[in-house]
Design a protein around this ligand. Structure first.
Ligand SMILES: C[S@@+](CC[C@H](N)C(=O)[O-])C[C@H]1O[C@@H](n2cnc3c(N)ncnc32)[C@H](O)[C@@H]1O
Length: 282
């Protein structure tokens, strides 16, 4: 396990994933009944953009920094407002710390909701624990997120979202682990909403996973993808996507608006594109 998310914090993939995560949680929070958020690969929860790994790679320049430098279109305002709210000590208009998925999710959750976070890397786990030590809604586990899912599901709330955001150190081999975990999870909790993040190097390599999803018996499977350049380079991350199972009502419209606002800001070449497609509409 060499992956450290700090090297990539605030890059275009984080922007897309986190803006979509907020839209998903906001959609679920339309109903007052409690919900449970599960993050199988949580990371450390908060990243210093001005120092260390994030400053060294500078990936933020092609991601969140572009949004901060622009006048944000309406669909991006909620995401940007949350970034600023979660970084209160930054000078006005600037951003020093970038929130990970657990911190953004916790900001979207209400008093009656809970979050269950799994992280396998001890230092990342320790940082996550400190971050949430005063938030009784949030439970942090030093665990393999795939293996933990059957034990955590179904949550007593019976409503909620599982984010599966692995590091893809096994490249396309990661999909075998995702499929096994998803199958076990939705057998136990068929009503749960599941969102799987994936990188796009060459789109063709994603077809087996998407074919499997379409044939799996899962319902309301929606694919949302953002490419910042053409997918002709197999060595670079050219885009990324989210596969959503049991996609909430009207999330397709919210994601369409997000993709349309993000594509021109994050484009890094003539092949930039977006895709929103139902693999199984019902
Ligand atoms: C892509 S990062 C997560 C980023 C985070 N979800 C966010 O959006 O802010 C993946 C994380 O998974 C952790 N990890 C790797 N394998 C894991 C496993 N089997 N179970 C739980 N965490 C794992 C890594 O240490 C890393 O922190």
């Amino acid at each position: 396990m060499n992956y450290r998310h700090a090297f990539h914090a605030g890059n275009f993939a984080d922007v897309f994933k986190h803006a979509a995560l907020i839209a998903l949680l906001d959609a679920l929070a339309q109903k007052p009944a409690p919900l449970c958020y599960v993050d199988t690969h949580a990371g450390r929860g908060r990243y210093d953009l001005g120092a260390g790994e994030a400053a060294r790679t500078g990936e933020q320049a092609g991601g969140v920094r572009r949004l901060l430098a622009a006048t944000p279109a309406a669909p991006l305002r909620r995401y940007l407002d949350l970034l600023r709210r979660l970084d209160p000590d930054a000078p006005t208009g600037a951003l020093r710390h970038y929130p990970g998925s657990p911190l953004l999710a916790a900001a979207c959750l209400r008093e009656q909701d809970r979050a269950l976070l799994c992280e396998l890397q001890p230092d990342e786990y320790a940082a996550l624990r400190v971050l949430f030590r005063d938030d009784a809604r949030v439970h942090v586990h030093l665990r393999d997120g795939y293996a933990a899912l059957p034990a955590l599901l179904p949550p007593p709330e019976k409503r909620g979202l599982v984010l599966i955001d692995p590091p893809y150190e096994a490249q396309d081999g990661e999909f075998a682990a995702i499929q096994a975990a998803l199958r076990a999870a939705w057998l136990r909790w068929p009503q749960g909403v599941y969102a799987v993040w994936y990188p796009i190097k060459r789109r063709a390599t994603l077809r087996p996973f998407q074919r499997w999803l379409a044939a799996s018996g899962a319902r309301k499977v929606l694919i949302a993808e953002l490419q910042v350049r053409g997918d002709d380079s197999p060595l670079r991350m050219n885009g990324c996507g989210l596969a959503i199972v049991n996609a909430p009502f009207r999330i397709d419209a919210a994601l369409a608006a997000l993709l349309t606002a993000l594509q021109p800001l994050l484009a890094d070449g003539p092949g930039a594109s977006q895709r929103l497609e139902w693999l199984t509409p019902d």
